[in-house]
Design a protein around this ligand. Structure first.
Ligand code: GLN
Length: 452
C-alpha cells in the first residue's frame, strides 16, 4: 500500500457516503493527489511522523489557496493567502489535506444546524445531529472518510461532537497549540485539537500540531512530551476525582451509568476514585455565554465588507455598506451573539456583566486547580445525553446552550480534556470525559488509553 492508495480510498469513501452525511464543504482532490505522488517518491526516506495520512480540516482553520468559509456566507469566497501554523506543522508531518469540513457558522453552535451552507448528519443515525461546532470533523472520522481531522473547541466543540459520533476528541491546554490562522471566535477560550478513531492516533496528531509559535502571543513556550510513551495501559495508583455536579441533575441515567461502568474498569486496573465538588460549575454556562459573546462581538467586527469576503451589491454609502453586508452575510445565531456581546461590553453594563463574569471565571478555574492539586485526572460524562434529533433544539437557544454544560468549564479553566467513546444509549454513542492539569495531556491520554 502506498500513499496514493490511501488518498484513493479516502476519496472513494467520500464519494460513497458524503452525499448522506454532508461533512465536506470543499474538497482538495487535485492537490491531494499531487502530494500523494510526491510522498510516494519519498517512501522509506525521511518520512514525517504522520506520513501519508489523509486529514480533514475544520473550515475555520485558514488554508493557503484553499477556500476557508467558517461556514458563513460572509466568507463564502474567501481564499486565504497564508496557512495557519497547524497547517505548516501538518505539512512537516507529511499529512495530506483532503478538504475542509462543515461547522456551525463561526463555531457558534452545538449541532451543525447553524452552518450557512448545509446540515451535517450523524453517521450513527441520519435523523440525529453530529454535535457541534466541529460536527463534521467528528462525522468525517466516524464515517470512515478520513482517519484524522482537526476541530476547534471554545466551549466543547471538539468533545461534544466526538461524544455524539463515537470518536476520540481532545481539547488541549489553552496555549499548547498555536491559534495563528484559527479564525477567532472567543480568543481566550479557543483551542485547535485532534479528532481520531483511537487514543493512539489522537496522541500522534496532537504531538504533530503542538508547540510554541511566536505568531501567537498566547502560545506557551513549553516542551512537548512524547505522548505515545504515556500509552502503557498502566494506571495503577492513578488518583481520579469525580465531581458530584457532573453526575447530578440533568445528566441522563444512561450517561451516568456509563461513567460508573468506566470507573469500574479503571478501578480494576488499579486506579482509585473519589467524589469531589466543583462548586462554581453551576455558573459556568452563564459565564461562558457572557465572555464568549463579548469576545466574539469584538473579533467579528473585522467582517465589514472591506477586508474579506462578501460585500453587499447595493449600498448607498459606506455606513450603509457595513450594515447591509453584515445583515446579509451573518446568520441568526452569529447576530444573536454579536448583540449579546456588544450589550455586555457597553459602558454602564461592563462592570455588571463582563467584569463580573471574569471574576466568576477565576473562581471556576480555582475549583479545578484545587481538585487537580490532589488528583491526577477528573472524570465525568462529556454530554448529559446522546445525540439529539435534528430540529429538536433549534427553536430554543437556551436548551441548545445547556447541551454544553459539562464541557464549558474546562475552556474557562484552560485545562486539557478528552472525550473517548464509552457505551451507547438507544443505539447512539456516549462519551467519557477525562480532564487533566494544565499541560498534562500525558495523564489524560494514559487514562483514556487504559480505558479504551
Ligand atoms: N456550543 C458552544 C457554543 O455554541 C461551544 C462552541 C465551541 O466550542 N466552538 O458556543
Amino acid at each position: 500500500i502506498n500513499v496514493s492508495d490511501l488518498v484513493d480510498a479516502s476519496f472513494k469513501r467520500i464519494s460513497e457516503v458524503d452525499g448522506k452525511v454532508q461533512a465536506f464543504l470543499t474538497l482538495d482532490e487535485e492537490q491531494a493527489r499531487l502530494k500523494a505522488v510526491a510522498l510516494d517518491e519519498k517512501l522509506g526516506k525521511e518520512e514525517g511522523s504522520l506520513f501519508g495520512m489523509p486529514i480533514g480540516i475544520k473550515d475555520n482553520i485558514v488554508t493557503k489557496n484553499l477556500r476557508t468559509t467558517c461556514a458563513s456566507k460572509i466568507l463564502e469566497n474567501f481564499d486565504p493567502i497564508y496557512n495557519a501554523t497547524v497547517m505548516d506543522k501538518l505539512h512537516k508531518a507529511d499529512t495530506i489535506t483532503i478538504g475542509k469540513l462543515n461547522m456551525d457558522e463561526f463555531a457558534m453552535g452545538s449541532s451543525n444546524e447553524n452552518s450557512g451552507f448545509q446540515k451535517t448528519f450523524n453517521p450513527w443515525n441520519l435523523e440525529t445531529v453530529p454535535g457541534g461546532s466541529s460536527g463534521a470533523s467528528a462525522t468525517s472520522v466516524a464515517a470512515g472518510e478520513v482517519p484524522f481531522s482537526l476541530g476547534s473547541d471554545t466551549g466543547g466543540s471538539i468533545r461534544q461532537p466526538a461524544s455524539f459520533c463515537g470518536v476520540v476528541g481532545m481539547k488541549p491546554t489553552y496555549g499548547l497549540v498555536s491559534r495563528y490562522g484559527l479564525v477567532a471566535f472567543a480568543s481566550s477560550l479557543d483551542q485547535i485539537g485532534p479528532i481520531t478513531n483511537t487514543v493512539e492516533d489522537n496522541a500522534a496528531l496532537l504531538g504533530a500540531i503542538a508547540g510554541h509559535d511566536r505568531m501567537d502571543s498566547t502560545s506557551a513556550n513549553v516542551s512537548i512530551p512524547d505522548y505515545a510513551s504515556a500509552l502503557t495501559g498502566d494506571v495503577k495508583g492513578m488518583k481520579i476525582a469525580v465531581p458530584k455536579e457532573y453526575l447530578g441533575e440533568g445528566v441522563s441515567p444512561e450517561a451516568k451509568q456509563s461513567v460508573l461502568d468506566a470507573l469500574k474498569v479503571l478501578e480494576n486496573l488499579g486506579a482509585e476514585w473519589e467524589e469531589v465538588s466543583l462548586p462554581h460549575s453551576k455558573y459556568a454556562l452563564a459565564t461562558y455565554y457572557l465572555l464568549s459573546s463579548s469576545e466574539a462581538s469584538a473579533n467579528l467586527s473585522r467582517f465589514d465588507g472591506v477586508r474579506y469576503g462578501y460585500r453587499t451589491p447595493d449600498a448607498e454609502n459606506l455606513i450603509d455598506m457595513y450594515k447591509k453586508t453584515r445583515a446579509e452575510g451573518f446568520g441568526d445565531e452569529v447576530k444573536r451573539r454579536i448583540m449579546l456581546g456588544t450589550f455586555a461590553l457597553s459602558s454602564g453594563y461592563y462592570d455588571a456583566y463582563y467584569k463580573k463574569a471574569q471574576k466568576v471565571r477565576t473562581l471556576i478555574k480555582k475549583d479545578f486547580d484545587d481538585v487537580l492539586a490532589k488528583y491526577d485526572v477528573i472524570v465525568g460524562p462529556t454530554t448529559p445525553t446522546p445525540a439529539f434529533k435534528i430540529g429538536e433544539n433549534t427553536s430554543d437557544p437556551m436548551t441548545m446552550y445547556a447541551n454544553d454544560i459539562l464541557t464549558i468549564p474546562m475552556n474557562l479553566a484552560g485545562v486539557p480534556a478528552i472525550s473517548v467513546p464509552c457505551g451507547f444509549a438507544a443505539g447512539l454513542p456516549l462519551g467519557l470525559q477525562i480532564i487533566g492539569k494544565h499541560f498534562d495531556e500525558s495523564s489524560v491520554y494514559r487514562a483514556a488509553h487504559a480505558f479504551e
